[in-house]
Design a protein around this ligand. Structure first.
Ligand code: C2E
Ligand code: CA
Ligand code: CA
Length: 439
């Protein structure tokens, strides 16, 4: 499991850098056992340390770690122990703590955090850094070194997931949450190989005529142990641990295969919208991989539309702009997904080759006449039209939603009220019947 792999590499790091670490923790735990005391294990991980190494150089990174250790040590009691383990990571052991003295350790932790508020001058370069700290106490969070370190690691990861620059104590709930997450992650590694992934397709209609104009491909994961897991859970997980590349490639390959099947059967009047994670888009090999796939499938590019969430557009880089241009030059249209929820700059969007906006379902679901959401939806439709973009509303769940959107000139939409996502066979029957609505 990932936690275990991480942990064993941390322990290996400890062996290499400080053999005394194990001995000290074991001694402190043994003493604490006799005197009914507490041992604190703190794992300090510098946020974005890798980017310091990359942007300022490894020698600067090394200088920073040395200064850091000096400052952290100055906050500790003489019998506390600190050592460096991983690159950009320290571990501290505080022993001989009486239950009544636990408040004192809280002060020490606050002082340690203060070290990160200071500016570090390294070879004339002022650098400001932050860290995520995970704290685990013996006996509450573990009775041996390995468990304590694992608990501190879980709390540190939690601190990081909250944006870094904070500290978190280990708790039972946190433990359960991370254990479940790491089991899911483990299962996800084999999802492609074990053929647990499949695709659903949700029709997109012309709202006035109810004619189907396109469909969105939506990935599904069914695991024997966990059942059907929402992509809202497994896609972010895959983005976090890098599995998104293989999962995204599987998804795209199978969308192409299916699209080719429908296209050669004569269903050639609708677009296929596919979701691409921005993590995947930034993979150097991705644009070529995608183009080759579409070319080999002989699907006319104008029948393809790449959906990217609005948050992807916050990244301002010429690399990103070049990729979008390449995709657009190849004839594939680009739609901004979940529009209205991100913080993209409108002036920037104007200069990118975007052809459509998808209004996020969050706005549609709470939309009542004259409500704030109704005003937003109305404005987003108008904005899209003014920019000559296609506008698609998602999450249409009621007749009232549909009527409001038609009255406000929204050209296209999708939602459970019109049709739920269908599996490939259901979609084939739907295409054969050429229905305008399926539920
Ligand atoms: P999304 O791109 O915003 O997709 C629309 C989501 O809304 C889908 O959820 C769809 O099933 C759901 N939906 C459709 N109609 C309604 C409705 O009337 N009401 C409500 N409440 N929901 C509706 P789903 O399939 O669970 O997908 C969740 C998200 O996972 C997607 O959100 C997309 O961001 C991501 N995702 C799905 N497939 C892929 C994929 O192949 N690659 C990547 N990178 N992300 C994917
Ligand atoms: Ca989408
Ligand atoms: Ca969406």
């Amino acid at each position: 499991m990932k936690e275990e792999v991480l942990l064993s590499s941390k322990l290996a790091g400890i062996h290499k850098t400080h053999l005394a670490f194990h001995e000290i923790v074991t001694q402190k735990i043994a003493r604490a056992k006799i005197h009914s005391q507490i041992v604190g294990l703190l794992l300090i991980n510098i946020d974005n340390f890798q980017s310091i190494n990359i942007h300022l150089g490894y020698h600067i990174g090394e200088k920073l770690l040395l200064k850091m250790q000096e400052r952290l040590t100055s906050c500790l009691n003489s019998d506390d122990f600190i050592t460096r383990i991983d690159n950009g990571e320290f571990v501290i052991i505080m022993g001989d703590i009486k239950e009544s003295e636990i408040k004192k350790t809280k002060n020490t932790i606050k002082n340690l955090m203060e070290c990160f508020n200071e500016i570090y001058n390294l070879d004339g370069i002022d650098t400001k850094i932050s860290a995520s700290i995970g704290i685990a106490y013996y006996p509450h969070a573990g009775a041996d070194t390995q468990t304590l370190l694992q608990s501190a690691n879980i709390s540190m990861s939690h601190a990081k997931s909250l944006g870094g620059n904070n500290y978190q104590y280990h708790t039972g709930t946190l433990n359960k949450k991370y254990k479940k997450k790491s089991s899911l992650e483990h299962a996800l590694k084999f999802a492609v190989e074990k053929q647990e992934l499949f695709l659903n397709y949700q029709p997109i209609f012309n709202l006035k005529t109810r004619k189907m104009l396109g469909m969105e491909a939506l990935l599904r994961w069914k695991n024997p142990l966990f059942g059907l897991i929402s992509p809202n859970i497994f896609i972010p997980l895959a983005e976090e641990n890098g599995l998104i590349t293989s999962i995204g490639e599987w998804s795209l390959k199978n969308i192409c295969k299916q699209a080719k099947e429908w296209y050669t059967a004569g269903y050639d009047e609708f677009k296929i919208y596919f979701n691409i994670s921005s993590y995947q888009l930034f993979q150097k090999s991705f644009p070529k991989f995608m183009m080759r796939l579409f070319k080999n499938a002989h699907i006319p590019p104008h029948l393809l539309d790449l959906e990217l969430t609005e948050t992807a557009f916050i990244t301002k880089s010429s690399y990103f702009e070049n990729i979008l241009k390449k995709i657009s030059d190849a004839g594939i249209s680009i739609t901004i997904d979940d529009f209205g929820t991100g913080h993209s700059s409108l002036t920037r969007l104007k200069h990118l080759p975007i052809t459509g906006l998808k209004i996020d379902k969050l706005f549609i679901s709470d939309m009542r006449p004259d409500s704030f959401d109704a005003i937003i939806v109305n404005s987003l439709i108008a904005l899209g039209k003014k920019l000559s973009m296609n506008v698609i509303a998602e999450g249409i769940e009621t007749e009232a939603h549909l009527q409001f959107l038609i009255a406000n000139g929204c050209p296209q939409g999708q939602g459970y009220y019109l049709c739920k996502p269908l599996n490939a066979d259901q979609m084939t029957s739907f295409l054969k019947k050429n229905n305008k609505r399926c539920v």
